[in-house]
Unconditional design. Structure first.
Length: 495
């Protein structure tokens, strides 16, 4: 999708929603006669005092749950349950106190479908945004690598990357190696050690924001005589190694004692290097917190033993949505192979593709709930046409035409869909707020993040409302045509 279209799309969706709302309001105002009849059919002229009392009691429970959520930080599970159950039951009793049972069931079907779709969209969008933030938090936006085993000209590549586009903010070289780390006698873990330039890393990565102990600037310190070089590790890795700030860890370079010409191990042990824990970070992304370590580029080069070479060059850009465009420009400037330039989305393509497919599948499945509610609406309106046969015949005998009669039931369907949509959006947004404030915890080993993310997008809420109203208006077609086709003679035959 072009950048200009992606920028304009939210504004076009909002403009379309406002335009449709204005048109519907105009039609409702212009068709006063049909609106009055539809209103009388909808309300049925009754107020059930018992249901109103139940609705008030449910509101009291809802308010009590809301106060618990506001007073206590995050609230308690009982307060959350009281707020949501009280809100839904209050809506149910309020509808039953005003509308007929068939109308109330139709409205509730639409409301629950809209609420479910609103919540699921907020959660799936939250997952996408959280994964994007986590990936960009400890990774660069664009990475340059080389298919050959040597990458000694990285300084020239850095100069080219800096000059390729004004949106390029910072560039740094990096190393990345799979190692083993040990502490004491029994703690051992496989890790990925990333070597970074201590003076440039803060401009490329947002690692400073994730530090819970120590600072990234600790990597800049040159160890004095008898001192160990600094290293930074993830919180879960530190917990696994039972390590804390200032502890000594040993990094083992696997297979460093292998003679690759003869494919035999030498008599010496694998190469090792001792480090001092100078910082602990927590990104909330379990894969990074459990395996990733950072050290200076010089120390990582000492570990791999390949001299002044790096694995790649990474860069940060001002607008992450332009990362793909800048990556293509840089690859063209470098002349293509053996250089390979990838943006952050391409590097995590499988993850984001899976999230998009999951979101699409859930939207399609939950839209079926709204379609089921629409079928229920058709049944309710059809029964209403049958029940109001005599009144329809009287209206036609008094001069009302078929179009006006059909419009009465279209207004009914629009009212049912509109009330259900507003109620569903309200329930969905309140639920999203409650879940976000409560902070529902997830198992990071399963979901990779530690709490349920919620991200409500106004455009998505408008899209849900628009789809629901379109389905609701479509559901009125068959009952409206049945009412329009009714003749006065047939309606008054037995009177």
């Amino acid at each position: 999708m072009p950048d200009w279209l992606a920028t304009l799309l939210p504004y076009l969706a909002q403009a379309l929603g406002v335009g449709v709302a204005v048109w519907i309001a105009y039609e409702v105002h212009r068709r006063k006669f049909e609106r009055r009849i539809a209103t009388r059919y909808l309300y049925g002229g009754k107020r059930d005092s018992m249901m109103i009392k139940f609705a008030i009691g449910s509101f009291v429970i809802c308010i009590a749950g809301g106060l618990d959520l506001l007073i206590q930080k995050g609230g308690s599970p009982y307060g959350v349950a009281a707020l949501l159950i009280g809100l839904i039951s209050a809506a149910v009793f309020l509808l039953l106190s005003v509308f007929t049972v068939f109308t109330s069931v139709s409205v509730l079907g639409v409301a629950l479908g809209v609420a479910a779709l609103t919540i699921v969209l907020a959660v799936t969008t939250g997952f996408q945004q959280q994964f994007r933030d986590k990936v960009l938090g400890v990774n660069a936006h664009v990475i340059v690598m080389k298919s050959q085993s040597t990458f000694a000209e990285y300084r020239d590549v850095m100069k080219t990357a800096k000059a390729i586009d004004p949106d390029v903010l910072a560039v740094q070289p990096f190393n990345f190696n799979e190692m083993l780390v040990t502490r004491g006698k029994g703690e051992l873990s496989g890790v990925a050690i990333k070597g970074v330039d201590p003076q440039l890393v803060s401009g490329v990565l947002d690692l400073d924001q994730h530090m819970i102990e120590g600072k990234v600037s600790a990597l800049e310190q040159d160890p004095g005589p008898g001192e160990l070089p600094p290293i930074i590790m993830g919180k879960e890795l530190a917990h696994k190694l039972k390590a804390k700030m200032g502890d000594e860890v040993t990094v083992v370079v696997p297979l460093s004692n292998i003679d690759w010409d003869s494919w035999r191990a030498s008599a010496s042990a694998p190469r090792t290097k001792k480090f001092r824990i100078a910082g602990i970070f927590y990104s909330g992304f379990d894969e990074y917190d459990r395996r990733l370590m950072y050290t200076s580029l010089r120390d990582s080069q000492d570990l791999d033993g390949r001299g002044d070479q790096v694995m790649g060059v990474e860069m940060k850009v001002r607008d992450v949505d332009r990362a793909e465009e800048i990556a293509e420009k840089l690859e063209h400037a470098l002349g293509g192979p053996p250089f390979q330039v990838q943006d952050w989305y391409e590097l995590n393509h499988n993850l984001f593709t899976a999230l998009n497919l999951q979101k699409l599948a859930l939207v399609i499945i939950l839209t079926l709930i709204i379609l089921v509610a629409a079928v229920n609406m058709i049944s309710a309106l059809t029964m209403m046409v049958t029940d109001k046969t005599r009144e329809i015949a009287i209206l036609k005998s008094m001069g009302s035409d078929s179009t006006s009669t059909a419009r009465v039931f279209q207004f009914l369907g629009f009212a049912i869909g509109g009330v259900g949509t507003l109620l569903g959006v309200a329930i969905g947004l309140v639920t999203c707020y409650v879940v976000q404030r409560y902070g529902y915890h997830l198992d990071p080993k399963v979901y990779l993040i530690d709490r349920l993310p919620i991200d409500v997008r106004p455009v998505e809420v408008l899209a849900v409302a628009g789809i629901t109203m379109a389905i609701s208006l479509g559901a009125t077609w068959a009952p409206a045509q049945a009412a329009a086709a009714l003749t006065p003679v047939e309606g008054l035959r037995y009177d």
